[in-house]
Ligand binder design. Structure first.
Ligand code: PXL
Length: 274
């Protein structure tokens, strides 16, 4: 069985980061080691959230894992929210990155044209450093614009999206994936691996839910760990995310702080078999 380590926070309520990565990746038949970097009462789109960083504990966990000689097929890094956690992430990579495993980084730092509450320029600088040490970087258009110091706008054409995906490789990552690009009334993602572009577009629902990025990157990381290539992984992640949005959109009783990924897991497993 493949093993992924997921390095991101636990937001107790909010359907994001670990509470999304664990069920999705486990259901794909992959062992998931969780490394919770901090614990929050909710994700930061609510008001009045509480936060405790687990920094000291993280280094102790690494010491133990090194003694046990654990290895990971894929290192999945998500929301970190603090400079000291990003320092830890760099340390973790230095301890567990090998020639064979893959680092997938989704900095989860901004959306809709602005940084998330609690994220500042210093954190963004450190995020760039982690990006340099990653194999696959997954960003929405806001995050891509911030990392490239370019102007954010609401709509980017396919050609502009390709240019962004290409420019992101100058940071030092091997492959980039930019999500939220629209094409002929559909929405999807563009990936670039230094030689080829890959894209997939699905039905656009006129809503915006929190946590779709985490759902996307969890399915992407799981697909890559299972041996799918970037093109197939992007297609699986785009289709699965769209299905989560569809189910949430069509359910009048759905919550608005996260998508219904739970009832789309059967659909995801069907995609993996194709
Ligand atoms: O969905 C990304 C995410 C993860 N974790 C926390 C967040 C967010 C986005 O706001 O606040 C704590």
């Amino acid at each position: 069985m493949k093993r992924i380590v997921s390095i991101q926070d636990i937001s107790c309520i909010g359907k994001c980061s670990q509470t999304v990565a664990l069920p999705i990746i486990s259901s794909m038949g992959i062992e998931l080691a969780v490394l919770p970097t901090s614990i929050l009462s909710t994700h930061t789109q609510f008001q009045g959230w509480t936060l405790k960083k687990l920094t000291d504990e993280l280094y102790k966990i690494v010491d133990h894992w090194k003694k046990e000689k654990f290895e990971f097929d894929l290192i999945y890094i998500g929301y970190t929210g603090a400079e000291e956690i990003l320092e830890f992430v760099l340390y973790f990579i230095s301890q567990f990155k090998t020639d064979k495993n893959i680092v997938v980084f989704d900095p989860a730092m901004a959306d809709n044209g602005k940084l998330y509450a609690g994220i500042n320029e210093t954190i963004v600088g450190k995020i760039k450093e982690v990006a340099k040490n990653s194999d696959i970087l997954r960003l929405n258009l806001t995050e891509a614009s911030i990392l490239l110091n370019s102007k954010y706008k609401e709509n980017f054409t396919l050609e502009e999206g390709k240019k962004i995906a290409q420019e992101l490789l100058e940071i030092g990552v091997k492959s980039s994936i930019v999500t939220g690009i629209e094409q002929d009334g559909k929405i999807g993602a563009i990936g670039y691996d230094g030689s080829q572009f890959y894209s997939n577009f699905e039905t656009k629902y006129n809503v915006s839910y929190h946590g779709t990025g985490d759902v996307f990157t969890s399915a992407l990381a799981g697909s890559i760990a299972k041996g799918e290539d970037l093109e197939k992984a992007i297609s699986i992640a785009t289709k699965f995310t769209t299905e989560c949005v569809r189910i949430t959109y069509e359910d009048k009783n759905s919550v608005d702080y996260g998508v219904n990924f739970e009832e789309a897991i059967g659909y995801l497993l069907g995609l993996l078999k194709k």
